[in-house]
Design a binder for this molecule. Structure first.
Ligand code: GRF
Length: 217
């Protein structure tokens, strides 16, 4: 079976990109990365493709007068590379409605909270301020509103006494690295159906145990 061709967009350290690179290194994984694009030339994540043969491009948003002309060049690069699914992995630019319309249900993002709670860039601070005992991460299809769109997969992560933003972010990040490749696998295997604002996985019929925090006696 042909592998699903991924274009990965980053702005920073690229640890989720690394999780996707590692997953794709398994010959049985149903997706492959055909292009990585960074909008920042100094993104640490760019180094992660060095030991691979993955094509990498820097498209600096600061060279463009408006959002859509930047998006048009990103779109062209992804099409030239043959990308079929775009994975946002710490990509810190809002995509224009034009761009999102070009890739209907073909753009996914990972966000470090259990959406729809705690949208935005300070999700861990919001979780700590709210006093929730479980937070986590979400992989979702992208809509032009920030951190919105049909939810594909989530992982719940405990918030512990004494946590600060860094300790909580680190715990959630470990779950992110598990979630993103799994969510992409579900898409590549054709197991996700999107209807309006919901993504459904029709063969998802078996519940794991509930996660208690604090742990149940
Ligand atoms: C992750 O926490 C991701 O959920 C959020 O931005 C961070 C990116 O981290 N969207 P990395 O660049 O993948 O290490």
């Amino acid at each position: 079976m042909d592998k699903l061709k991924l274009g990965v967009l980053i702005s920073g350290r690229g640890s989720n990109l690394q999780a996707l690179i590692d997953a794709c290194a398994d010959p049985g994984y149903p997706a492959e990365i055909v292009l990585v694009i960074s909008n920042r030339p100094d993104a640490g994540g760019l180094a992660r493709t060095q030991a691979t043969d993955i094509a990498t491009r820097v498209i600096e948003h600061t060279n463009y007068e408006d959002r859509e002309s930047f998006d048009r060049d990103v779109d062209a690069a992804l099409r030239d590379a043959g990308a079929q699914l775009i994975c946002l992995a710490g990509f810190m630019r809002l995509l224009s409605a034009w761009f999102v319309d070009q890739w209907p249900d073909r753009i996914v993002n990972i966000h470090p909270s259990l959406l729809p709670a705690f949208k935005g860039t300070d999700s861990h601070a919001q979780a700590l301020a709210a006093g929730v005992k479980l937070t986590g991460c979400t992989v979702h299809f992208v809509r032009s509103e920030m951190d919105a769109g049909p939810i594909i997969m989530q992982a719940a992560v405990p918030v512990l006494y004494g946590d600060d933003e860094d300790s909580l972010a680190a715990r959630v990040l470990t779950a992110e690295h598990q979630c993103y490749p799994r969510a992409v696998r579900l898409i590549a295997e054709g197991r996700i159906t999107v209807e309006d604002s919901r993504a459904t996985i029709t063969d998802n019929l078996e519940a794991g145990p509930p996660l208690y925090n604090p742990p149940a006696d």
